[in-house]
Design a protein around this ligand. Structure first.
Ligand SMILES: Cc1cc2nc3c(=O)[nH]c(=O)nc-3n(C[C@H](O)[C@H](O)[C@H](O)COP(=O)(O)OP(=O)(O)OC[C@H]3O[C@@H](n4cnc5c(N)ncnc54)[C@H](O)[C@@H]3O)c2cc1C
Length: 432
């Protein structure tokens, strides 16, 4: 019989792990044969959302997670719950036309409602708070963000507003900002606790969740066979590949994205008074640069601050120190700040800044490439994949139609070329 996992081992040195409501009890190391309607591979937001939706539809679900539930990007991110996609609203309209862009934007807002509805329905304690500012740091950003607001209005989203320099600085107390786009529906939360709550809700509806179980091969057919590294087999009518997974045969799909590494630090608790010297409300903030700073306060008033993405797929020492310097540059009032935790996670980036969604075979669905704007998009895509399995493909088709080319350069030059492209964005950020 598979071993049972009851604790949080495997989450490493991430503040979220240390504050996880880990009540989840899962199965582990699948080494026998199980049968089900749908095998979901990947226990991040995409997979968990799909598993919950499928189980609520009355389908039998087996979810396989290589390590721990939400132990990768989904449980290690900035926790900023933002409408839209990595692609700017204007680019969305330019690439896909107003009607499709509007459909995609509505789907994103539906994703926000889905998350809020699930938090409420399953009473998930995840420190949810509202309000988000995208801050302009120069005149170019002001122009871009004002255009974003116009484009969002064209998409029917009239609930975002422009804050001038004084209004932005009254909200976030730094001289670095000269205005910003305020989204009252934007939110932030503890992503790992949210994910664990979704996993428990999926189990309560009957989903079987296996941790420490890696899928290594998928044999298409009716039914499909998913083989695990531990010698188990899942016989399933449908398979959902949820996230940027390394499984035999996925090569052509995976060549449309590359993984970058994003870093986050959390400080020692600052207390409410010091937090109020940084911002007058507990909102989430990101600046308008391509390689941006993004931050918010946790429930116990730690500043949780992300930035410094690297594109080489290598770890460099000293990220914590670099982020600490950055915090002090934006907020000189935090001169004596102490960093307690520093961690990183994978950002799965596509060339067109949209998720790559489709079918490998009639019964095998996949979704990956959510980039740094994935909290809402992954949760919604999990539902969309579950709906497609159940025969409702209208919204799946919207994303399936997006064209994704493999990133150029072949296996050898793909990453160096990608790094060169990112250097251009970094320069653009520096030159303003
Ligand atoms: C540091 C950081 C900060 C971010 N901040 C934000 C933010 O503030 N707001 C926002 O919207 N987005 C943010 N993002 C992006 C967001 O976190 C991701 O887009 C999203 O979590 C991706 O979810 P996923 O389900 O696709 O993948 P993941 O969360 O990566 O889940 C995939 C899972 O599959 C498992 N797996 C891999 N291979 C196998 C296999 N062979 N068999 C079984 N399981 C396997 C992995 O272990 C992993 O748990 C951030 C990302 C990072 C890294």
């Amino acid at each position: 019989m598979p071993e049972k996992y009851e604790n949080a081992k495997g989450y490493k040195d991430c503040w979220y792990a240390l504050t996880a409501n880990r009540l989840l009890v899962t199965l582990g190391g699948l080494n026998e044969q199980v049968n089900c309607d749908v095998c979901v591979i990947g226990g991040g937001f995409t997979g968990l959302s799909a598993a919950l939706e499928l189980a609520e539809k009355g389908l039998s679900v087996t979810l396989l997670e290589k390590e721990t539930i939400a132990g990768s990007a989904s449980g290690r991110n900035g926790g900023q719950v933002l409408r839209g996609y990595s692609k700017q609203p204007g680019a969305l309209i330019g690439s896909y036309g107003l009607d499709t862009a509007r459909q995609m934007s509505n789907i994103s807002l539906e994703g926000l409602a889905l998350i809020l509805g699930r938090i409420k329905a399953h009473a998930i304690p995840c420190d949810l708070k509202f309000g988000h500012l995208t801050a302009a740091m120069n005149g170019g950003h002001v122009k871009e963000l004002k255009k974003d607001i116009d484009d969002l209005h064209r998409l029917g989203q009239n609930d975002v507003t422009w804050l001038d320099r004084d209004a932005a600085r009254a909200l976030v107390h730094t001289e670095a900002y000269v205005g910003g786009l305020f989204d009252q529906k934007g939110a932030h939360f503890h992503p790992l606790n949210y994910a664990l709550g979704i996993a428990q809700a999926a189990q309560a509806s009957g989903a079987m969740i296996y941790e420490h179980t890696a899928a290594v091969d998928i044999v298409p057919g009716s039914p499909c066979k998913v083989i695990t590294a531990e010698g188990g087999t899942v016989i399933a009518k449908h398979v959902i590949i949820a996230g940027a997974l390394d499984i035999k045969g996925l090569g052509p799909v995976r060549r449309t994205s590359l993984t970058a590494t994003a870093h986050i630090v959390s400080t020692l608790p600052l207390g409410m008074d010091a937090a109020r010297q940084v911002m007058s409300r507990d909102i989430a903030v990101a600046d308008a640069r391509y390689i941006m700073d993004y931050y918010r306060f946790t429930n116990d008033y730690r500043l949780l601050f992300g930035g410094n993405c690297n594109y080489s797929n290598r770890e460099y020492p000293g990220e914590g120190t670099r982020l600490k310097k950055r915090i002090k540059k934006i907020f000189p009032q935090l001169e004596n700040i102490e960093i307690e935790h520093c961690w990183h996670g994978p950002l799965d980036l596509t060339a067109n800044a949209m998720p790559h969604v489709g079918r490998l075979a009639p019964q095998i669905y996949f979704a990956h490439g959510f980039g740094g704007h994935g909290v809402i998009a992954t949760n919604m895509m999990g539902k969309i994949l579950a709906d497609a399995v159940a025969g409702q493909t209208e919204r799946f088709d919207v994303f399936d139609k997006i064209r994704h080319n493999p990133l150029p350069g072949g296996d050898l030059l793909r990453r160096p070329l990608f790094m060169l492209g990112m250097l251009w964005y970094r320069l653009r950020d520096i030159l303003g």
